[in-house]
Design a protein around this ligand. Sequence first.
Ligand code: ZN
Ligand code: MN
Length: 147
Amino acid sequence: MADHNNRYETIVRKLRDHGHKLTPQRLAIVKILAKSEGHPSVENIYDQIKIDFPTMSLATVYRNILLIKSIGEVLELGFPDGSNRYDGNRPYPHPHVICIKCKKIVDPELDSLDDMREEVAAETGFKILNHRLDFFGICSSCGANKG
Ligand code: ZN
Ligand code: MN
């Protein structure tokens, strides 16, 4: 499990280093991103933010997430239906396992990924800069409820 306090401090420091203002609203978004294990959507984050900042708009939440993404401190998982999800714990490329029923997304702990990256580079001659690896399936809670 990632260290949430460390992630919060790291993101805040990097925002400051880049000259961005540290408003209470912005810090609240950083806090949610840093502690969320569930790969929240912008709407999920907005729902949590609204409790403390009822006047904040969805667009403002989105702008702040894009800002944090621009400094490389949140990973955006885009999907064709537009339901993007965000990982503030692990802002670097890593594999995901996605439930096609409830849309739960988890981070599997895999040792084999470094080997795979080297194998892909050796096989193709590419210098690998980034990767995206998603496994789709049905999670145990959804499987258990089936008929
Ligand atoms: Zn599920
Ligand atoms: Mn993740």
